[in-house]
Design a protein around this ligand. Structure first.
Ligand code: GDP
Length: 438
């Protein structure tokens, strides 16, 4: 270990409502790290990564797996459906990426079982027009069971008898609830238990005490990149509740979700699109309408990586980004998909909100206020030339540089990197110090 330059461990977090292009950013940054660790969420967060023209959609496995010399870690804060994880593992290996012992799974991560999925689908159905817009993969109910102290964890797969007993107990209660509350379908315990026990033979060799592993590796001078899924505005505590995910997506989740103390983390990089999108229901003050929104969706390919759902599109929201910057104490920003704005003569940026005759720029806790708030925009000149694939700051049109400077000044955080295309090297570095560990 080079004592003169202590290794810096970094969190990469979404600044908006997820889908900011974190997959590409983590993949690009991973080169400088030894280990990539996911700290929360489940297989609802699709990352699309393009490597040498080949497209990989990773849902749970950290993107670090795509680099053969990196170890990918799933922390205790992640929830895992073992059947879905093995399918993803098979798909990655089939695409020519050997996994072997480069994937470690926390022995304390909670499991998603079929009753979580059926419960979520039935509950969402019962909500009618007030649907939360979940992916119905059982992630929320698995986190509910974790908080309710009745969840099953990956370490439960180590003992078949115990797994069988705990599973049957939990299922009996779930089936009673399903028939009483939703008239929902019942899950067959025998079939479920055997199917999940079968996965144990392949899951168990990957299980580890992730906290012990990460801390030991850090002691040895290895660098860890913590990868958040979704975005800060979907964080269970700090997001637009109840239109949020069920875990701690903001940077603080990196500690609880992996068992690493806060003083071991040296920086937090926030990833934001040059515009904004949101998938599913919930407030979105800078949402664009009609053709403007459609154009962004079409140019940005804004359809869910997992669900294919069209994303709602709009403009960069300064108050929201500033809120995220504070919550995560961002060391730097990464702005992605700058090229998607190439066609615009003018680019609106939401700089404050207006509600009930009052202008404000703090991010309100009340959803009703955020839903009714009107964004006030400042229009910046567009550049109307291609920035796609640019790799050098000097190649950026003046208007694009001014646009980026405006975002950085408004949010109060420097920009470390700008992404101009889906490939690893379609990237402009503004300031590498944040990932160099200085
Ligand atoms: P994530 O979950 O935050 O990784 O985001 P998604 O994978 O859902 O969405 C990002 C999409 O944008 C993927 O298809 C990426 O390949 C693509 N992408 C990422 N950065 C850029 C960029 O700078 N320009 C363009 N054109 N596409 C990008």
């Amino acid at each position: 270990m080079d004592e003169s330059r202590p290794p810096q461990n970094l969190v990469v977090v979404g600044v908006q409502w997820g889908d900011e292009g974190k997959g590409k950013v983590v993949d690009a940054l991973a080169e400088r790290f030894d280990i990539v660790a996911r700290y929360q969420g489940g297989a609802n967060a699709g990352h699309t990564v393009v490597v040498d023209g080949r497209k990989f959609v990773l849902q749970l496995i950290p993107t670090g797996i795509l680099r053969p010399d990196k170890t990918a870690v799933l922390g205790n804060g992640v929830v895992i459906d073992p059947v879905a994880l093995l399918e993803e593992l098979d798909a990655v290996e089939k695409a020519g990426v050997p996994v072997g012992d480069r994937l470690l799974i926390s022995d304390r991560a909670h499991l998603i079982l079929p009753y979580h999925r059926s419960h979520e689908a039935a509950a969402e159905q019962a909500r009618g027009v007030d649907k939360l817009g979940t992916t119905a993969k059982g992630i929320g109910p698995s986190y509910e069971d974790k908080a309710g102290r009745r969840g099953l964890r990956t370490c439960d797969l180590l003992r078949a008898d115990e797994f069988r007993r705990k599973c049957c107990e939990a299922l009996a209660e779930k089936n009673r609830l399903a028939s009483a509350l939703f008239d929902g379908p019942l899950v067959d315990s025998g079939e479920m238990v055997e199917r999940y026990l079968e996965t144990a033979t392949r899951i168990v060799p990957h299980l580890a005490d992730v906290s012990a592993y990460l801390n030991t590796q850090m002691d040895r001078g290895k660098r860890v990149l913590f990868e958040g899924a979704q975005g800060t505005l979907l964080d269970l505590d700090h997001g637009t509740y109840p239109f949020v995910t069920s875990s701690s997506a903001a940077a603080g989740g990196a500690c609880t979700g992996t068992g690493v103390g806060p003083t071991r983390i040296g920086g937090v990089v926030g990833v934001s699109k040059a515009y904004a999108t949101r998938v599913g229901s919930g407030p979105f003050p800078t949402e664009a309408s009609g053709p403007e929104s459609e154009k962004l969706r079409e140019r940005g390919g804004e359809y869910g990586a997992v669900t294919g759902r069209p994303r709602r599109c709009g403009w960069f929201d300064v108050p929201a980004a500033r809120y995220s910057a504070r919550l995560n104490h961002l060391s730097a920003l990464v702005i992605t998909k700058l090229d998607i704005l190439d066609h615009l003569a003018e680019i609106p940026v939401g700089v404050e909100y207006e509600f009930a005759g009052r202008r404000f720029s703090d991010f309100p806790s009340e959803i009703a206020v955020l839903e009714c708030a009107r964004a006030r925009y400042q229009a910046l000149p567009g550049w109307q030339e291609s920035t796609f694939g640019l790799r050098d700051y000097s190649q950026l049109p003046k208007e694009a540089r001014d646009y980026l400077r405006f975002l950085s000044d408004q949010v109060g955080v420097k920009i470390a990197m700008v992404s101009t295309g889906p490939e690893r090297d379609q990237t402009i570095w503004f300031d590498e110090s944040v990932v160099r560990g200085q």
